[in-house]
Design a protein around this ligand. Structure first.
Ligand SMILES: [Fe+2]
Length: 209
């Protein structure tokens, strides 16, 4: 069985602290011909279910609980029977979007999700959100970073539940220590690599975002 990574882009809105922004999100579908994992069920449960097609959806893994990354998770779970996984430090954020429906499983640092031919290690990387995680698959040479690391720098830390020194520590200690050729697949926008971003850490610290 060949493991593939598929990217689906969905559109919607991000809302926090009374502001609302139009956003495009990357939904990652990882797996083989029989079963898959979805990373971040953003905006459109039907479109994600259509992309999963007749494969079995094992888990809906949330990189963090900003509404744009989790707003379609319960509906996708309903459509497919899959469980929703979130780091418990993001439950306060989750409940702003889904007050009546908690995630099914808790993610924890170091946990390995072995399913659908993948081998995803959970890296707890707080800063953008307290329960933000990245998912690293050494076999695929890929890390899914959600909103923690983008092409060009760290995720935003200007709003509630975010903290710049914490995201810098997460990026420095947990991500930039991965092999430089590791592909970085992000929650929004284009991919990058650890090696392309690592030289810029001091620059990000100096500019403060
Ligand atoms: Fe976010």
């Amino acid at each position: 069985m060949t493991v593939r990574i598929e990217r689906l882009v969905t559109s919607g809105q991000f809302t926090l602290d009374g502001g609302t922004w139009d956003v495009d999100n990357n939904v990652w579908i990882v797996g083989d011909e029989r079963e898959v994992i979805v990373i971040d069920a953003a905006h459109d449960a039907k479109a994600i279910a259509d992309a999963v097609d007749d494969r079995r959806l094992i888990a809906i893994v949330c990189t963090h609980a900003h509404n744009d990354h989790v707003n379609a998770a319960p509906a996708l779970a309903e459509l497919t029977g899959a469980t929703v996984w979130l780091h418990p430090d993001d439950l306060p954020l989750w409940r702003q979007t889904h007050p009546d429906r908690d995630p099914d499983r808790h993610l924890q640092d170091g946990q390995v999700i072995e399913a659908a031919g993948t081998d995803l290690t959970v890296l707890h990387t707080p800063g953008h959100a307290p329960g933000a995680v990245c998912l690293y698959d050494p076999g695929l040479g890929t890390v899914f970073t959600g909103d923690t690391l983008f092409q060009g720098g760290p995720g935003a830390t200007g709003r509630s539940y975010s903290h710049f020194p914490t995201i810098i520590e997460s990026i420095r200690d947990r991500l930039l220590t991965l092999p430089p050729e590791t592909k970085v697949l992000t929650g929004h926008g284009d991919a990058t690599t650890i090696g392309a971003e690592a030289p810029h850490l001091e620059e990000w610290i100096r500019r403060g975002h």
